[in-house]
Design a binder for this molecule. Structure first.
Ligand SMILES: [Zn+2]
Length: 638
């Protein structure tokens, strides 16, 4: 039996589209690269891609396929017994033979695809790296692609290249040919790859559609950069059609991200495309990739908008700009970072942080505090003086909590002044200071100035150093209420941290009225929530949870982009220093000692609060275990 990969070469020879010399050259190339022969021949320019596609299509139709089971046995990929077993099972289940073989463990999907690909002379495709333009995804609906397990990849002339799970299915091919009025050139891909690609492209595509709709409604208003005069210079550079396409694309990327309530947009140059990811609810989501040819212009466009030096590509830059989206102004803080790619050399990765004034608008009672904690916290923020600290790593929602606290106590009778780096969102009625270290406006110098401004409540973005911390304590002890944040793992850890900075224990013990430690966890999508039966008994044993305690998960649905999650909530640990705790601070006790006493006094830890939220189906066990640490102190207590 001749090597099936040679057949296409022989057909081309017969048709006199290539000569012997060219074929030999192509075969040598194939051995070197491992690519499909048809691909090499088109790459070498011997035959046009369109022509090749037609020939492959013709060949597929006229070829007599051996039944797959026979073929696999004949080639010793499976035994005759395995084939018979699979056929028998197939009758019971109605699944396709290939699928049955995989389920029985006789063959991996990769292997099956490899064999079928060779037999049918259909190339396989790695869908992860392909960029697919919206015009192409338009051709078939998401629903159609899902039910037939196909993905449209590219259109060349009258031919649509289509990734298929089962390219031997001529009926599907005929159906799609009729539907899109194009010749179909199939390539093979695994079911998993196809479904993932459908998720990826139609997710972005659907919102792209929504955006188009939106911009039709209000083209002039929808996404304007607020600093109009800065844009003049861009117009002549981007006057050509592709330039306009770039302008639109950048706008739609930003609009899409804002509409999905993303916090960051990542533009990451790769060798062959520009990778786009956006962060939603704390996790990065991959968006449809952008063709490499647009990469330089896209990056320049963003830099131009952010008022960065376009010519400077070799060092990190930062900038910002404001867009108007659905009538509201949204600030974007932009930073570039030069990275080195093997072929492209130095290029810039760009991250845009979205400072959406609406995203932080959640109110304190809606933030997921258990009732006892909410009461204590609410009491603390209404005190006339003292310090409330919120602790946690970057991205744990500390500022959202402080903003909510400020809005809760805000009224016309008090003066609230903040110092932030940066000001993340504006609150009407609050004087928000923007730290500018270069200009000499630091947290420490800022507090002195604020104290001259007759404040009642002061919010200090972060207690970064001794000077800031001691000024904060001084303000608290002179009759001001101070809100601030600190980077510590848990609530009890705040005290030793402040003492390490060099503050006096009695000042710390007196001034701190409460420490809130927090983390964010993703909420289970309420539309597709179900019981999670997959919790490992070992994990239960380790956590000391009996087998009858239920946990939940999101199955994934169209409302949650198949993630099973929608939105986030906090898990909290709130420490209000008791007399005993204050004595421990005076003795410079460790965080562990303080925590042990707080536990005995009934404080619930991050882990405990999280477990409660997992048990009640607010979030998953996985989220809680990822966001909180085991309470070693609690274990020691028994
Ligand atoms: Zn869902």
């Amino acid at each position: 039996m001749p090597d099936p990969r040679l057949q296409i070469g022989q057909i081309l020879l017969q048709k006199r589209l290539i000569d012997e010399y060219q074929l030999a050259h192509a075969i040598r190339e194939q051995k070197r690269t491992g690519l499909h022969i048809s691909k090499i021949i088109t790459r070498l320019g011997f035959v046009s891609e369109e022509q090749m596609t037609l020939i492959l299509g013709e060949q597929l139709q006229h070829k007599e396929h051996k039944r797959i089971g026979e073929l696999l046995v004949e080639r010793n990929y499976i035994t005759a017994e395995q084939r018979d077993k699979a056929l028998e099972e197939q009758k019971k289940t109605g699944l396709r033979l290939g699928k049955m073989l995989m389920q029985l463990g006789f063959m991996t999907e990769e292997r099956l695809i490899e064999i079928l690909s060779a037999q049918l002379e259909i190339p396989t495709a790695n869908l992860n790296e392909l960029s697919i333009s919206p015009e192409v995804t338009h051709l078939l609906t998401e629903e159609f692609c899902r039910s037939y397990k196909v993905v449209p990849l590219a259109v060349m002339g009258k031919t649509l290249t289509l990734a298929m799970h089962d390219p031997s299915n001529q009926r599907t091919i005929d159906h799609i040919r009729f539907k899109v009025q194009k010749e179909i050139s199939p390539v093979m891909a695994s079911e998993k790859d196809i479904l993932e690609t459908i998720n990826r492209i139609y997710m972005g595509h659907a919102s792209g559609e929504a955006m188009k709709e939106l911009s039709r409604l209000n083209e002039a208003e929808d996404l304007q950069t607020v600093n109009k005069e800065e844009e003049g210079s861009s117009e002549d550079q981007l006057s050509d059609e592709e330039g306009q396409q770039v302008v639109k694309l950048v706008s739609s990327i930003i609009q899409d991200a804002i509409a999905r309530k993303a916090s960051d947009i990542h533009l990451e140059p790769q060798e062959t495309f520009l990778k786009l990811r956006i962060r939603i609810d704390g996790d990065l989501t991959v968006m449809p990739p952008i063709p490499a040819r647009l990469m330089p212009q896209i990056l320049s466009r963003v830099k131009l908008l952010s008022r960065m030096d376009i010519a400077e590509k070799r060092k990190p830059l930062d900038g910002r700009f404001t867009v108007r989206f659905r009538g509201k102004e949204v600030d974007l803080r932009v930073s570039s970072f030069p990275i080195s790619l093997r072929k492209r050399g130095v290029v810039e990765k760009i991250v845009m942080r979205i400072l959406d004034p609406n995203s932080g608008q959640i109110e304190l009672p809606q933030m997921g505090f258990r009732e006892s904690v909410f009461k204590e916290l609410d009491y603390t923020i209404h005190l006339p003086n003292g310090i409330l600290l919120v602790t946690g790593p970057t991205g744990s929602g500390k500022s959202t909590t402080l903003y909510a606290a400020i809005r809760r106590i805000l009224d016309n009778t008090i003066n609230i002044t903040t110092m932030e780096d940066p000001v993340e969102m504006n609150i009407d009625g609050v004087n928000q200071g923007q730290i500018n270290n270069a200009a000499g406006f630091s947290f420490a110098s800022g507090i002195r100035a604020i104290l001259r401004q007759d404040p009642d409540v002061i919010m200090i973005g972060e207690m970064r150093d001794k000077e800031t911390a001691s000024m904060a304590i001084e303000s608290a002890l002179t009759g001001h209420l101070v809100f601030s944040t600190l980077h510590t793992n848990d609530a009890a850890g705040a005290f030793p941290r402040l003492l390490e900075m060099g503050l006096e224990p009695f000042l710390v013990a007196t001034a701190i009225k409460g420490v809130l430690a927090q983390r964010l966890v993703r909420r289970i999508c309420s539309n597709c929530k179900e019981e999670d039966p997959t919790i490992d008994p070992e994990v239960r044993k380790d956590l000391g949870i009996s087998a009858d305690v239920k946990f939940y998960r999101g199955k994934g649905c169209n409302r949650c982009d198949s993630t099973g999650y929608k939105g986030r909530t906090g898990i909290y640990e709130f420490l209000v220093p008791s007399e005993e705790v204050r004595n421990l601070i005076l003795r410079r006790a460790s965080g562990d000692e303080i925590k042990r006493v707080c536990l005995a006094q009934g404080m619930s830890t991050l882990r405990m609060d999280g477990m409660e939220k997992a048990r009640t189906g607010v979030t998953t066990l996985e989220q809680v275990l990822g966001a909180s640490e085991k309470d070693e102190t609690a274990t020691k207590m028994g």
